[in-house]
Design a protein around this ligand. Structure first.
Ligand code: ADQ
Length: 465
């Protein structure tokens, strides 16, 4: 078996991968099995950063990382990746910074990553590149002469053609993607939008899962990412930290319905809209007062980006308003915590919550939805309320599917979930779990790897000119 090289913006952790979640575990397992190399940014910035990787061996695999200069970090990471591609691919043209300096920095850093990796590659390596930080990376490697199979997986949505066209360099960006052999997306809908762009905008030709354009052929497929379903269910049911968290949440809850939301603090997750829907619930259904308790965990992220700081202020205001209006001496309607929870505690929190509220405005997949279901007690499972705009909604139709912009609709869904019969909850849970078990993270990884191996067995290699 050839060596696997995984490229992602952040590398690791390896030792305690379980702490970071299913994706890290799945990648570490694959890397270990193939004596692999995990390559990316060190997480450090340094004015004197050089084009050189630090390599460390970590338990049957190697880690190679590069530092960035503060300018590179600003233009490539904060700038183009997080202030341009992230909002644009999530349909927030209004928040997108179309700054050419960012784009140039992004190209430069993608080229730097390729330049540093290239001498470390072996002829029979297989390379798997992750996410929107590295759209241009494959073509940079090809231009240096890399002939290895290179696959790319996009964790976030691929936008509609008209939205992508707002990006001044959309054509070069898509052209560069044709250097990869396999392009993996979260859903069929993402594949469809990519195909639509290539056929209409670049006059490519679609043929089944193949797309021909710019003198190259790539294979396009959906690989919906999963979680470690069995492992997470086991933690929720049996782990002592999970149990401790479960007890903490349920103590003093009485007959109240616990609603939970868990997110990275990000405007794509629809937390402000969710707070408004909750307020609507309390307004329109007075029987819910004192009878529900909503806990929102939102771990701060990307605090250096202005839009994230503004959103944080907005959420502080909304949560204060809800508690000020509806709260009482002995009842806090909304508890809103800005911190990450360890995975084991998260599992206990999900299990203690009768309703999981997952309402992103746009999301590539959303793993919280999957974790919430996997953590439930099969005898008395809770109800998942899920946005139709999360990639996960296509695999999870037995959730209560909502439009996150429609606060009345979400408030109604909360009422439906509160009164859902045990039999209906069990039926929905069983159908959801069946698919979560079959389509877990190991299956996602193996599916991608075997597609890449099959596709590249016979093909010609060249850079996109
Ligand atoms: P994210 O946008 O980060 O990921 P998501 O899939 O919801 O989104 O979460 C990833 C992980 O972070 C989950 O395992 C979750 O438990 C954890 N997490 C989130 N908030 C947390 C908190 N407050 N405390 C502790 N853990 C927390 C991107 C895409 C998604 C896609 C994933 C994987 O945006 O659409 O599902 O990649 O491909």
């Amino acid at each position: 078996m050839s060596r696997l090289v995984v490229v992602s913006n952040r590398v690791g952790p390896v030792k305690d991968a379980a702490r970071a979640g299913g994706l890290a575990v799945a990648l570490v397992d694959a890397l270990r099995a193939r004596g692999g190399l995990w390559y990316g940014w060190s997480g450090k910035t340094d004015k004197r950063a050089v084009d050189y990787a630090s390599i460390e061996d970590a338990e049957s695999l190697s880690l190679a990382t590069v530092d960035l200069t503060p300018e590179e970090y600003e233009d490539y990471y904060n700038g183009f990746a997080n202030r341009c591609l992230w909002p644009l691919f999530h349909y927030r043209i209004d928040l997108t910074a179309f700054d050419r300096r960012y784009y140039e920095g992004y190209r430069r850093v993608n080229a730097k990553f390729a330049r540093v990796l290239y001498p470390l590659l072996r002829a029979d390596d297989t390379i798997w590149v992750h996410d929107y930080h590295f759209l241009a990376f494959g073509n940079e490697l090809r231009q240096m002469g890399a002939e290895q199979p290179i696959g790319f997986f996009l964790h976030i949505p691929f936008p509609a053609r008209e939205v992508l066209a707002a990006l001044p360099h959309h054509d070069a960006m898509v052209r560069g993607l044709f250097a990869y052999d396999v392009l993996g997306f979260q859903t069929e809908q993402d594949c469809e939008r990519f195909r639509d762009y290539v056929v209409r905008e670049a006059h490519g030709i679609a043929n089944g899962d193949k797309l021909h354009c710019f003198g190259r052929t790539v294979t396009i497929r959906a690989f919906p990412i999963g979680i470690d379903t069995e492992g997470f269910a086991d933690i929720a049911a049996n782990d002592k930290d999970a149990r401790r968290q479960f007890d903490k949440v349920t103590k003093g809850l009485g007959d109240r319905t616990q609603i939970v939301g868990v997110d990275r603090l990000d405007y794509t997750k629809g937390i402000a809209e969710r707070f408004q829907a909750y307020e609507r619930l309390l307004q329109e259904y007075p029987d819910t007062r004192r009878e529900v308790s909503y806990l929102q965990i939102a771990a701060a992220s990307r605090g250096e980006v202005l839009e994230y700081r503004q959103m944080r202020e907005e959420l502080d205001g909304l949560s204060g308003h809800i508690n000020g209006t509806f709260g009482d001496f002995d009842w806090t309607p909304l508890r809103y915590l800005n911190k990450p929870l360890p995975r084991r505690a998260l599992a206990g929190l999900y299990r203690a919550s009768k309703i999981g509220l997952v309402t992103p405005l746009r999301d590539g997949m959303n793993l919280v939805a999957k974790e919430y279901v996997a953590a439930q007690d099969p005898e008395d499972p809770g109800v998942l309320i899920l946005s139709r705009f999360a990639g996960a909604s296509y695999q999870m139709p037995e959730a209560v599917i909502v439009n996150p912009y429609d606060s009345k609709g979400v408030a109604d869904a909360l009422q439906i979930a509160r009164y859902m019969s045990l039999q209906e909850r069990r039926e929905r849970f069983e159908a959801l779990m069946k698919r979560l078990r079959a389509e877990d993270v190991a299956q996602w990884r193996d599916d991608f790897m075997s597609t890449l191996a099959t596709v590249t067995r016979r093909r010609t290699i060249s850079a996109v000119s």
